[in-house]
Design a protein around this ligand. Structure first.
Ligand code: GLC
Ligand code: CA
Length: 577
């Protein structure tokens, strides 16, 4: 059921503000005791604004709906929320087609609502990260409307316009990530414009310095208004080969019927890195952070996004992590050796990892790994695992509830255009974007008015924040406990990663070790009962005593742990005096 393609782009087919008295912009860089910037130990949480909370009951989430739920986020242990695009937009790609970068979409509220959200979040120690759609604008953005007006318009060169190869023939064979040719013909000016995504998302021409200036100014504008950083959308597609060489083709067709191709000339060009360095300079001047939507094939490619001199993206997301353990048919399986190998490769890279298990473009993690028998236990095991690794995690709303996909059953119900185009192979991304499940009430307490824009699944009756909040064995309670540990325990926050029992095919075990403190994490990645035994003397921890902190279907001590299917055992290790 996973919908992936070849190559790097593999996600489917292949505060100033009135209320902010001290703008963060002016604040001195905030560092922890170890000299790390604020984001190093923050927990990030992705909010899809259309689906989080609907304050005005019109069926669509909004900024005030986020404000209403800030206490929940604080209690969960969230330090920063990344809000996917909430700028004015025709909503062809649900906000990733921006028609005004310096405003809020009316259906989501106003700049005043943003200021309120920002101020209320700040009171709770939560920062706001915005989503910066750097690669393209909406075809309704005034820049594009001008660009399209005539071949001689001053903004013509803000986008990528080219003559066709011949009548009715696009400039080359490049295909859009969302299907079909990446070139759209404009009848009036008789040229094609390039779009890596939908035709309604024309690519900006980043070779034009005026584009760069305008876009850097957008980031300054929001930093001054109080955002603490940006998640950079689609950073691998900023540049295209100036010679427009055809991409090599490979056998097979994708869900849209296009011949598969290796994205050699339209993806991951070296020029991307120069732009990232410019964005970084502005970001660092505001003590903010850049998170990258960095789809890569391997750790070396990911490493490049940090910058050779650590002068590019602070937090390039490890999206490879979302694809680990895939089995034929597309499903995923918790596979200890695979996860162990990947974590080891990230550790060896010398970079600060940014693990991610789900987002608004891929099916929910609880669905991808579900076995139908231990779904909640699996959801807990995944949370306990990636949230206790070294690095900064980025969560996705509802993940902490074990929320599952609610995919459309009929083509006529699909809202995401790629799901209409690719049906039934590609059902689109609606399933992972359904309303946040707050309560057991109708429509999961998302609102009390109009039907939510996407349907709530029956499982919301059991999997919701209120019900799970009252159950100490819920996925939510496990997430809360682990996030608390992350914030409070120096070994989990700061410590190194020490793999244990590396030959064990089923149980993933490691220490997080900081000075003389350590935490032992043991996770059964199989559906059978398992026992793991330890000899910590090799770690200089002979005679150490353990105090279990988190146990889920597990019991034991530092020498031997018994685990039920997907059981979790986390213990504080006290070294003998
Ligand atoms: C990114 C976004 C995705 C969007 C695409 C085009 O991949 O995460 O949702 O459709 O960019 O902007
Ligand atoms: Ca609303």
């Amino acid at each position: 059921m996973l919908r992936r393609n070849i190559r790097a782009w593999s996600w489917r087919g292949i505060a100033l503000g009135v209320a902010c008295a001290t703008p963060l912009a002016a604040a001195a860089a905030q560092r922890d005791a170890q000299g790390h910037a604020w984001w190093r130990h923050a927990v990030f949480y992705e909010v899809y604004p259309r689906s989080f909370g609907d304050a005005n009951n019109d069926g669509l989430g909004d900024l005030s709906g986020i404000t209403q739920h800030l206490d929940y986020l604080r209690d969960l242990g969230v330090d920063a929320i990344w809000i996917t695009p909430c700028y004015p937009s025709p909503q062809v790609d649900f906000g990733y087609d921006v028609s005004d970068y310096e405003n809020i979409a009316p259906e989501y509220g106003s700049l005043a609502d943003f200021d309120r959200l920002q101020a209320e979040a700040k009171k709770r120690g939560i920062r706001i990260i915005f989503d910066f759609v750097v690669n393209h604008t909406s075809d309704k953005h005034p820049w594009f409307l001008e660009s399209q007006a005539s071949r001689t318009n001053a903004k013509r060169d803000w986008y990528v316009w080219r003559d066709g190869k011949g009548p009715t023939q696009p400039p080359n064979n490049w295909t859009s990530i969302f299907g079909g040719s990446a070139w759209q013909y404009d009848r009036a000016t008789q040229q094609y414009y390039y779009h890596a995504f939908y035709p309604e998302q024309p690519d900006l021409n980043w070779r034009n310095p005026a584009v760069e200036t305008a876009m850097l100014d957008v980031t300054r504008w929001w930093y001054t208004r109080g955002v603490s950083g940006f998640r950079l959308d689609a950073v691998n597609t900023l540049f295209e080969d100036p010679g427009l060489r055809d991409n090599p083709t490979v056998p097979g067709r994708n869900a849209y019927g296009d011949q598969n191709q290796v994205r050699k000339y339209d993806d991951n060009l070296p020029e991307n890195h120069r732009v990232l360095r410019e964005l970084r300079k502005v970001t660092d001047a505001h003590d903010a952070v850049l998170i990258g939507e960095t789809w890569t094939d391997d750790v070396q490619q990911l490493k490049a996004y940090y910058g050779a001199n650590h002068d590019e993206v602070h937090m390039p997301m490890d999206l490879m992590f979302t694809g680990l353990g895939r089995v034929p048919g597309g499903h995923q399986r918790l596979d200890a050796p695979t996860f162990r190998r990947h974590v080891a490769a990230m550790e060896a890279s010398g970079e600060w990892p940014v693990y991610v298990v789900s987002n608004h473009d891929i099916p929910r993690v609880a669905t991808r790994f579900a076995d139908g028998r231990h779904d909640d236990a699996i959801a807990k095991a995944i949370g306990a695992f990636y949230l206790t690794l070294r690095g900064t995690p980025v969560m996705y709303y509802g993940e902490e509830l074990g929320m599952q996909n609610n995919d459309p059953q009929r083509k006529e119900d699909v809202r995401d255009p790629i799901g209409i185009k690719g049906w039934p192979t590609e059902k689109g991304r609606d399933g992972e974007r359904t309303p946040m499940q707050w309560t057991a009430a109708p429509d999961a307490g998302f609102n009390t008015g109009a039907k939510p824009w996407l349907p709530v699944p029956p499982s919301a009756r059991t999997h919701n924040a209120q019900t799970e909040g009252q159950d100490s064995s819920s996925v939510l309670s496990l997430y809360k406990a682990v996030l608390k540990l992350r914030h409070e325990n120096p070994a989990v926050r700061e410590g190194g990663y020490v793999p244990l029992n590396e030959g064990d095919p089923n149980v993933m075990s490691y220490l997080r070790r900081y000075r003389d403190a350590a935490v032992l994490v043991v996770i059964n990645m199989s559906g059978e009962d398992r026992t793991a035994t330890f000899d910590l003397s090799a770690q200089g921890l002979r005679g150490a005593a353990g105090r279990p902190i988190i146990q889920s279907a597990a019991s034991g001590d530092l020498s031997s742990v018994k685990l039920g299917p997907y059981g979790i055992f986390i213990a504080d290790v006290k070294t003998a005096p």
